[in-house]
Design a protein around this ligand. Structure first.
Ligand code: FAD
Ligand code: FES
Length: 285
């Protein structure tokens, strides 16, 4: 885990807008988190709103637990943090109701960040669905802060359907090439994003030196195999269930093995504490 301090901020919603079917972009004013967050880190939100909640009293603390989301963007000058979220259940449904001016209790930045992109070292980012969130931040820091050439970054981004490829234009605006895939063929390659990654490594062998992966577990598992076969090191960012988010409850553990010793018995690591970013070779998905 990073040694960066963790803040608890009573943030104010700047904007919370739909960018696709059940897909939202949320901007909040959270100056301390905006100043300190690194790509790959996440924030933990209280989504219930006790002050403005019209539900019966017994329901107002539901959901009780915070919900984790990757930092997708930060603006240090404005003190804002951007998140992208997909509505999958009760907590994210309630989040859609938080309008401009509403307050959201936010803890962060949490977890271990990605290895930063070294200028001159071409990398691929492989994203599935909202797994793309942290890559907006990673790419932005690389291009605008570290001086990386956008053409040395390649994004392969897949989703179930075209409407769920929200935000992909942000990469293009930075000058980063993006290859898209959809399960239903409504945009880009008709099929899984993993096919694009495999093709990239096959058609341009030895070009890419590192791969960053985030998405559904089966997709990440396949990316592990592809990167191993292409001999490209990398990192995966996991999105497990995360009740406390700060290493206390032990509910988020995953089995890990040292990359160079795949045969030893696994040790269990807390995703919120040792991750969510892991070496692509060490985590057993
Ligand atoms: C480090 C981290 C970063 C994340 N970043 C993002 C992000 O940037 N954008 C985003 O949309 N989501 C992200 N998630 C997932 C997000 O936290 C969950 O989708 C959210 O907590 C669901 O809350 P809910 O109350 O709406 O759903 P719940 O009612 O809690 O669950 C609804 C359904 O979704 C499933 N589910 C819940 N949480 C997860 C999860 N973490 N992974 C897979 N399935 C889950 C449940 O099993 C259930 O089937 C992240 C998770 C982690 C751990
Ligand atoms: S979520 Fe509690 S230990 Fe990780």
């Amino acid at each position: 885990m990073s040694s960066i301090p963790i803040f608890q901020e009573n943030t104010e919603v700047v904007a919370n807008r739909s960018i696709g079917p059940d897909l939202y972009w949320l901007d909040v004013h959270a100056p301390q988190i905006a100043r300190t967050a690194l790509p790959g880190q996440f924030v933990h939100l209280v989504v219930s709103d006790l002050s403005r909640d019209h539900r019966p009293a017994w329901m107002r603390h539901t959901p009780l637990l915070r919900r984790p989301f990757s930092v997708a963007e930060r603006n240090e000058k404005e003190g804002t943090v951007g998140l992208i979220y997909r509505v999958v259940g009760g907590g994210t449904e309630i989040l859609t109701e938080r309008q401009t001016g509403a307050r959201i209790d936010m803890l962060g930045p949490l977890g271990r960040p990605f290895e930063p992109i070294t200028p001159g070292c071409p990398v691929v980012m492989a994203a599935g669905g909202v797994g793309v969130a942290a890559f907006f931040f990673l790419a932005h820091e690389a291009v605008y802060r570290n001086g990386a050439n956008p053409l040395d970054i390649r994004v392969v981004f897949g989703a179930a359907t075209a409407g769920l490829l929200g935000g992909e234009e942000k990469f293009r605006a930075m000058g980063i090439p993006v290859d898209l895939a959809t399960d239903d063929g409504s945009r880009g390659h008709h099929g899984f994003v993993t096919v694009l990654l495999e093709r990239l490594f096959r058609e341009t062998p030895n070009r890419y030196r590192f791969v960053y992966v985030c998405g559904p577990t089966p997709m990440m598992r396949r990316c592990q195999t592809i990167s191993q076969e292409a001999d490209v090191p990398g990192q995966v960012s996991l999105e497990g269930i995360m009740p406390c988010g700060v290493g206390v409850c032990m509910a988020c553990v995953v089995p890990c093995r040292p990359p160079d010793h795949p045969d030893v018995a696994p040790r269990y690591e807390r995703v919120c504490h040792a991750g969510p970013v892991f070496d692509i070779r060490e985590v057993a998905l």
